[in-house]
Ligand binder design. Structure first.
Ligand SMILES: Cc1cc2nc3c(=O)[nH]c(=O)nc-3n(C[C@H](O)[C@H](O)[C@H](O)COP(=O)(O)OP(=O)(O)OC[C@H]3O[C@@H](n4cnc5c(N)ncnc54)[C@H](O)[C@@H]3O)c2cc1C
Length: 430
């Protein structure tokens, strides 16, 4: 990229949000350029990852049938980890086996190149290996970008550059970053045979398992672990809040948590004999609705993680469906603006309204209190430990006769009541 160019729309970042936007814009015949700093779409992208498809099907034509999805999830597990013990809840439902499937595990190194190809087939131009360094301005309006010293002018710039969006900062749309609004994840992809995965997780051909973990694995810090089964790999990782990490000892190394996690008896047999084939780390927004930047400005729209569109409820983790939907909605706004030949601030503000009308901001509104609720350290030390210990006491048969179940439960309750009452009241707000 060496000379000045002019296109109708330039998208910064070829993640799911940027590619979804490019796909729709190109499909409507708009000149669309996507600039990506990675070697290829998917090369710098990290997710857990499970994609919930029901919310996003309506935003796309039936392209999912040929998408490189890994396994459809039929088993959900949630594990509370104490020191030396753990409790796992498992939900296996026939409903998860019905087509169209509820959710799929995916690998971004396969999925993003596929979506990029679909966008390119529609006419979008994707330029990898180019980092966008700046925005171009005229009379207070964004009129393009600077990438690899070349200026590219556009009617609209779409910031799809992920969690720590440089574009949002440059455009003055952010509200100041707080460590508590972000978490950092480390992940390994571990190769195993399909049959080993199916045998270890009790799955039939093509079925998958998703497992979330909370408790002692994060050493009391806000965060948790995840495990997703792919066709012939397992995605395994740990996510920790950046605020909590900063309060921990200086120089704390996150990969140490992942190494210990892999050694846990709950994990070790599941990955035994597997070979790590990929290691990655990434920031994820965790601040919810209250930490979102403005999603539109003069000449600019913000999509996906750049707009803080991610949600962690402790039971589910979402961001990819929000990224796909917000990219599609931004494209819709731009297509309408082009029809009216009106790229003014008022015209682009329609994007925010469409996000509010969609599941994206409705979900974030519903779970507005969740980020505050999850900042409670007792969720990551006291409660998982107590749950595992009390179940162990109920199950344990020793030399002495057992006490009544109610005595065991009351003993546990007395230990927890001082903090649990207040915390239970907070549950009603989430
Ligand atoms: C550990 C972890 C686990 C997760 N698990 C799940 C899950 O199971 N399910 C789920 O739905 N979500 C999950 N998420 C969240 C989900 O991955 C994100 O919400 C989603 O990837 C956001 O997509 P995006 O396109 O907005 O951003 P990204 O995928 O981050 O894409 C941004 C792109 O912009 C590019 N870029 C950045 N700066 C520049 C620049 N200056 N110039 C050019 N290009 C640039 C980057 O290289 C990148 O390709 C998880 C996230 C993490 C980190």
């Amino acid at each position: 990229m060496a000379e000045a160019e002019k296109v109708e729309v330039v998208i910064v970042g070829a993640g799911l949000a940027g590619l979804a936007c490019a796909y729709h814009l190109a499909d409507a015949g708009l000149e669309t350029l996507v600039v990506e700093r990675g070697d290829f779409p998917g090369s710098k992208n990290v997710t857990g990852g499970r994609l919930y498809l029901h919310p996003v099907r309506r935003f796309f034509p039936p392209i999912w049938e040929e998408a490189p999805l890994e396994r459809h999830v039929t088993k959900e597990r949630l594990t509370a980890m104490g020191e030396g013990s753990s409790v796992t809840f498992e939900l296996a439902s026939e409903r998860f086996k019905e087509k169209p499937y509820h959710s799929h595990t995916i690998l971004r190194a396969k999925f993003d190149p596929w979506l990029a190809k679909r966008a390119t087939q529609k006419g979008a131009i994707i330029v990898p290996k180019n980092r966008v360094d700046d925005l171009l301005w005229r009379e207070g309006k964004v009129i393009g970008i600077v990438a690899s010293e070349a200026e590219i002018h556009a009617s609209v710039v779409v910031a799809a550059d992920g969690a720590l969006s440089f574009m949002v900062e440059k455009a003055g749309l952010g509200q100041g970053r707080k460590p508590q609004d972000y978490a950092v994840g480390v992940k390994e992809v571990i190769e195993l045979t399909s049959s080993a995965i199916e045998e270890r997780f009790g799955l039939s051909d093509g079925e998958g398992a998703a497992q979330l973990f909370f408790g002692s694995l994060t050493e009391g810090m806000f965060g948790g672990g995840f495990l997703y089964t792919n066709i012939d790999t397992i995605s395994l990782g740990v996510v920790v809040g950046i605020g909590a990490l900063m309060e921990k000892a200086p120089g704390f190394e996150l990969h140490r948590l992942l190494d210990s996690f892999k050694e846990r008896p709950e994990i070790k047999p599941l990955i035994e004999g597997g070979h790590p084939v990929e290691y990655s780390a990434r920031i994820v927004p965790e601040g919810g609705l209250e930490s979102m930047p403005r999603v539109y400005g003069h000449g600019i729209l913000v999509v996906g993680d750049a707009a803080g569109l991610a949600l962690n409820t402790g039971l589910i983790v979402r961001g990819m469906d929000f990224a796909l939907a917000s990219g599609a909605l931004a494209a819709r706004t731009i297509i309408e603006a082009k029809k009216r030949d009106d790229f003014s601030l008022a015209s682009l503000s329609r994007y925010e309204e469409s996000l509010k009308e969609s599941f994206v901001l409705k979900e974030l509104e519903t779970f507005r209190e969740m980020p505050h609720f999850l900042q409670n350290p007792r969720l990551f030390n006291l409660y998982p430990q107590a749950l595992a210990e009390s179940l162990e006491r109920l199950m344990w048969i020793g030399e002495e006769p057992k006490e009544k179940i109610s005595t065991t439960l009351w003993g546990e309750a007395r230990r927890l009541i001082p903090s649990a009452v207040g915390d239970l009241l907070k549950v009603w707000r989430i």
